[in-house]
Design a protein around this ligand. Structure first.
Ligand code: 3VV
Length: 176
């Protein structure tokens, strides 16, 4: 992370600490309630510049026998960490994501995910993530990511017609 950072301020319209955050896209694999095969993560705004979510580790998420698939864990981090920019302003997309797998994460447990903005410089937002199984002092995974703020309309302009929600986005009535 660079030394010279911008001052962080919560966006006046963002969710209050403890409040459920709105999915950024109803069919998002991570947080979309309408995603047919998604994680259906419910995200809560935390104190400061943080977001929390809990994910029951289900059988279909299995990688090694009885434990979570690394890609599922990475996806969960991606989405929870990707939600933190909304606390401060324009949406951001993942430019870089790095995950440390510290312990096996068993099927049947509930994974607690916490993401927090470490700093921002221009459009770059540095975010860390941590996951545990109920005891915050015993993390089972950690992540670091770089998210880059975008103009959502310009960024998705060439792709939005492929969205399951294309009719709504192109009909001028985005949910967001
Ligand atoms: C009408 C439509 C309406 C639709 C409404 C929908 C609303 C939806 C809302 C919200 C969506 C949020 C979704 C979150 C979902 C969870 C997160 C994901 O899974 S996102 C998917 C995976 N990620 C991507 O697909 C990104 C693909 N990459 C890109 O598009 C570009 O590379 C992008 C935008 C990341 C950067 O491209 P540049 O051209 O805009 O900007 P440059 O100048 O290259 O980078 C800006 C700064 O970032 C650094 N940078 C960029 N990539 C870097 C990297 N990999 N490592 C280190 N630094 C990097 C650069 O060095 C530069 O830094 P310096 O300001 O000059 O210091």
């Amino acid at each position: 992370m660079p030394d010279e950072l911008d001052v962080l301020e919560r966006h006046p319209k963002t969710s209050e600490p403890g409040e459920l955050m709105r999915p950024h896209n109803m069919t998002c694999f991570g947080c979309g309630p309408e995603s047919p095969h998604g994680l259906h993560l419910e995200m809560y705004a935390g104190e400061g510049f943080s977001v929390d979510a809990k994910m029951p580790v289900q059988q279909w998420m299995e990688g090694g026998p009885g434990v979570i698939h690394g890609g599922i864990l990475s996806s969960a981090f991606d989405d929870v960490m990707g939600m933190t920019p909304r606390l401060i302003g324009p949406a951001a997309v993942t430019a870089h994501l790095q995950v440390d797998f510290l312990q096996p994460i068993p099927v049947g447990k509930t994974l607690h995910l916490h993401a927090e903005i470490l700093g921002k410089q221009r459009r770059k937002i540095y975010v860390e993530g941590v996951a545990h199984l109920g005891d915050p002092d015993r993390p089972v995974a950690r992540a670091n990511g770089l998210f880059v703020q975008i103009d959502v309309r310009a960024h998705f302009a060439d792709h939005v017609e492929n969205s399951a929600k294309a009719a709504e986005y192109l009909g001028g009535k985005p949910q967001l």
